[in-house]
Design a protein around this ligand. Structure first.
Ligand code: CP
Ligand code: NVA
Length: 307
């Protein structure tokens, strides 16, 4: 069982594997855009388990699997035995005997790791409290499409040091770029929780404007992630000065792009002028979830295919 390849966090794959996956994503996207049928996963089944809400992740995995010729089954905590205390290990044994690949969105990373340890098939992290690796795959693919290689570039992360931030930090180590992070006091990056090898690829700034200076990509996320709703009121106060606005985009490089994993709250972590403005690539970014995840599922199920 231990030989099965999973994608539980960004650093599970090497730089060389990402180079391959981005190349495949480009090809798969081109097929899709020219309405060419490509069904390498016919008869394969994806099970998607959601313990938190989703629009993009569900849609991109479900549509993606169908477009590759397979089928997808949606399970959530509310309507399955998962919500009634069935051990995650037992669920993994059963679900992985009836499917070919599993995607999970849940709370602690530990849950997905226990599932994977008991799964006969590849497991994909569709977001945990700690990480969101599929999102950052899509974000980096989008950056490469828009601006070329990301190696050596600077990403400014403004706001909460959450699952998406942690994954940017891991990606910086794997793909050799830099992340400038600015969080309010008390919300700083915890290198261990982020699963980092060191601190060479990121720098923390008290002032968000300093973090954004000369950045090639400016990005942010909601102030309150799913699972942390009880802190919402406090966070609204603490994060008030951590909004990506026009002034902040002006201090970044003139050709900087703006990204947001979505859903966004205009007037909180980002101003409407930025997210709806000319530097924003959020719709391309959202669409690319579909293409990169198709490449990911193809890779986990079929290995490298000859192009
Ligand atoms: N960005 C993202 O994962 O969106 P959903 O929560 O809609 O899946
Ligand atoms: N950080 C957010 C991302 C949602 C896609 C959350 O975890 O709720």
């Amino acid at each position: 069982m231990s030989k099965v390849k999973h994608f539980l966090q960004f650093k599970d794959f090497t730089r060389e594997e990402f180079d391959y996956l981005f190349e495949r994503s480009r090809w798969i996207k081109a097929q899709f855009k020219s309405y060419k049928q490509y069904w390498p996963l016919s008869d394969r089944t994806l099970v998607m388990i959601f313990e938190k809400a989703s629009t993009r992740t569900r849609l991109s995995f479900e549509a993606g699997m169908q477009q590759l010729g397979g089928s997808a089954i949606y399970l959530n905590t509310r309507d399955s035995q998962l919500g009634r205390g069935e051990p995650v290990e037992d669920a993994a044994q059963v679900i992985s005997r009836m499917s070919d690949v599993v995607m999970i969105r849940t709370f602690e990373q530990e849950i997905i790791e226990r599932f994977a340890a008991n799964s006969r098939v590849p497991v994909i992290n569709g977001l945990t409290n700690e990480y969101h690796p599929c999102q950052i795959m899509a974000d980096i693919f989008t950056f490469i499409e828009q601006r070329g290689p990301i190696q050596g570039k600077t990403v400014a992360w403004i706001g909460d040091s959450n699952n998406v931030c942690n994954t940017w930090l891991q990606a910086a180590e794997v793909l050799d770029f830099n992340v400038h992070v600015s969080t309010p006091p008390g919300y700083e990056v915890e290198a261990e929780r982020a699963g980092l090898y060191g601190t060479d690829h990121f720098e923390q700034f008290e002032d968000p404007m300093e973090a954004a200076e000369f950045a090639d990509l400016v990005t942010t996320d909601v102030w309150t992630s799913m699972g942390f709703e009880a802190e919402n009121e406090e966070r609204m106060r603490d994060f008030a000065d951590w909004q990506v606005d026009t002034e902040m985009m002006r201090i970044a490089r003139p050709d900087a792009v703006f990204m947001h994993c979505l859903p966004a709250h205009r007037g909180e972590e980002v101003s409407a002028a930025v997210i709806d403005g000319p530097q924003s690539v959020v719709w391309e970014e959202a669409e690319n979830r579909l293409h990169v995840q198709k490449a990911l599922m193809e890779y986990l199920l079929l290995g490298r295919v000859n192009i």
